[in-house]
Ligand binder design. Structure first.
Ligand SMILES: Cc1cc2nc3c(=O)[nH]c(=O)nc-3n(C[C@H](O)[C@H](O)[C@H](O)COP(=O)(O)O)c2cc1C
Length: 217
């Protein structure tokens, strides 16, 4: 798959087949993605891969957190609810398109996906907490997109999930190696269920004139 096709056709996958994904495959994807650029080559990121019983423990802990209405604690502040109108509208259209395809009435905000879309692997991306969060997260984003494109090029599906790190304290208990790090996102990885409507609804992007200006004189 050429790069442009990969960029244009990658989409978030929220239903996976039961086919396993082995650690060696994730290693290969990360081996590609680690060539992403970063601020002064700091490479301030760490990656924690969960699967098998460890991932089931995370799901159980998240179900428990939801059941007990535990407060969500992100390491990186999530957006405040007062989004600018154009952005709110784009999200509403996304939720409406998803609801129409899956024939499930849209709920705002969507229910917390404690099952993490039942993906066979969850890849957590974190950054060193001693660095300024903004550019560290920017760097992590470059790593994450490279990872997702590499996965897509090999026929794997991904979904970047802020919700996967919504209970950062719960996560740090299960992943003690992440001490001193901020969780940025988790990425669900698996083989896409190509028949699932949730993986096939039409996506939209703002037109170029909405997002770009060109000044030459
Ligand atoms: C930082 C970030 C956080 C996201 N968090 C979630 C999430 O928690 N749950 C989810 O279903 N999708 C999540 N997404 C996926 C976006 O909804 C998705 O990228 C967007 O709707 C565009 O759709 P596409 O990826 O299919 O092109 C996230 C994406 C990004 C970049």
């Amino acid at each position: 798959m050429d790069l442009e096709t990969a960029i244009r056709t990658r989409r978030s996958i929220r239903k996976f087949t039961t086919a396993p994904v082995i650690d060696e495959t994730i290693r290969e994807l990360l081996d590609v993605a680690r060539w992403a650029p970063s601020w002064a080559n700091t490479q301030c990121w760490s990656v924690h891969v969960l699967g098998g019983a460890a991932l089931e423990r995370l799901r159980a802990a998240y179900r428990d957190a939801v059941e007990h209405k535990a407060e969500r604690r992100f390491d990186v502040p999530p957006h405040r609810p007062d989004w600018p109108a154009p952005m709110r509208a784009r999200t509403q259209r996304l939720l409406a398109a998803r609801a129409a395809a899956t024939e499930v009435a849209p709920v705002t905000p969507p229910p917390f996906p404690a099952d993490l879309f039942a993906a066979p692997r969850m890849v957590l991306f974190a950054v060193d907490e001693r660095l300024q969060a903004e550019y560290a997260c920017f760097d992590a984003g470059l790593l994450v997109q490279s990872f997702c494109l590499a996965a897509h090029a090999r026929g794997l599906g991904t979904c970047i999930m802020a919700m996967a790190v919504a209970y950062a304290d719960v996560l740090r208990e299960l992943v003690p190696q992440a001490r001193g790090q901020r969780f940025v996102v988790g990425v669900a990885v698996g083989v896409p269920d190509e028949q699932a409507p949730v993986n096939g609804f039409p996506r939209e992007r703002a037109g170029l004139d909405e997002i770009a200006t060109f000044t030459t004189a």
